[in-house]
Ligand binder design. Structure first.
Ligand code: CP
Length: 327
């Protein structure tokens, strides 16, 4: 494991198991039942050059709950990159100000380029259509917790990933992460042109998973344990693609889909944001209040998992719970 978290490629099964153990122990701190100051005096640079609600705020919250403080910058307008400063110079300068960096950037590979110029740990908060490793970690942590509640096992499970599998960086990282685990069945359902990249499918198959591709949700998914829906990432489309694209209701994950095509114990996940504008069918609001909808348990899990990421990257994973204070 490198000092950075740039891609799931750098993660081992042992590291992920340890991270999830640390995240479990972080939960009382994440919920402010207990307080630690283990990162007191440390500063996080939270650099978001692309829109975000969850990743930006949950990393900020996670670092604060460990006792650290946070410097934020959002968008290019208020950064000197707007004056032509390079990623290299920006990275080298900021690494003199902070002890860790989370960065989101619209360009594939940009966060790795940034990390190459700094000596402090860098976490990839999303690099264009590339990866979003912390999201995959909180997704798998959520699946494990949901399966524990439902008395299910990850080994042999059936996961359905649907939506924009081409540009959706969360599903790229998740499929890579699942390749560290025991064989399972993975069904990929996407509109034509938005299929999962073939190298990621090959990797999952080489890991022993049975992978099937389909182009509609109008089928029997009664043995599916998890439906993981994603938003169509139109911001990554060319103008020509935007004009020619309309999402068929065949891809709608809604109450009727879960009731009629899945099982009563199928859970619905989504990295969020879901698109609530007319014509968007990624995950319908008619599932709000349905216990099968795990999306807000998923966002809640983002805090302890991101706290655990900081703890492991900054070397306090063995000591953070030595001097906990009760609230
Ligand atoms: N899941 C996720 O990355 O959400 P944000 O874009 O709001 O950070």
């Amino acid at each position: 494991m490198s000092a950075h978290l740039l891609s799931v490629d750098s993660l081992s099964r042992d590291y992920v198991d340890h991270l999830f153990d640390v995240a479990r122990r972080m939960e009382p701190i994440a919920q402010r039942q207990k307080i630690t100051r283990v990162l007191e005096g440390a500063v996080l640079g939270n650099l978001f050059f692309e829109a975000s609600t969850r990743t930006r705020m949950s990393f900020h919250s996670a670092f604060s709950r460990l006792g650290g403080s946070v410097c934020d910058t959002t968008g290019f307008t208020f950064s000197s990159m707007a004056k032509g400063e390079s990623l290299y110079d920006t990275s080298r300068v900021i690494s003199g100000y902070v002890d860790a960096i989370v960065m989101r950037h619209p360009d594939l590979g940009s966060v790795a380029e940034f990390a190459a110029a700094t000596h402090v740990p860098v976490i990839n908060g999303g690099d264009g259509p590339g990866e979003h490793p912390s999201q995959a970690l909180l997704d798998l942590y959520t699946i494990n917790k949901e399966f524990e509640r439902l008395d299910k096992k990850l080994a042999g499970a059936h996961l359905l990933l649907t939506g924009d599998l081409k540009y959706g960086r969360t599903v790229h990282s998740l499929l890579k992460l699942l390749s560290l685990y025991s064989p399972m069945q993975i069904t990929l359902v996407s509109p034509p042109g938005l299929e999962m990249p073939s190298d990621l499918i090959d990797r999952a198959e080489n890991a022993g998973h049975r992978v099937q591709q389909r182009d509609t949700l109008q089928a029997d998914f009664s043995d599916v344990d998890v439906v993981y829906a994603t938003r169509i990432q139109k911001e990554r489309f060319t103008q020509e693609m935007v004009e020619g694209f309309s999402l068929s209701s065949d891809f709608s994950v809604d109450r009727a889909f879960l009731d009629q095509r899945c099982s009563p114990h199928t859970i619905a996940m989504h990295p969020l944001p879901r698109d609530s504008r007319p014509g968007a069918n990624d995950l319908n609001v008619d599932l709000n209040g349905d216990p099968r909808l795990a999306i807000f348990r998923q966002t809640d899990n983002g805090i302890p998992v991101r706290m655990a990421i900081f703890a492991t990257l900054m070397g306090v994973d063995e000591i953070f719970d030595r001097d906990l204070r009760e609230v």
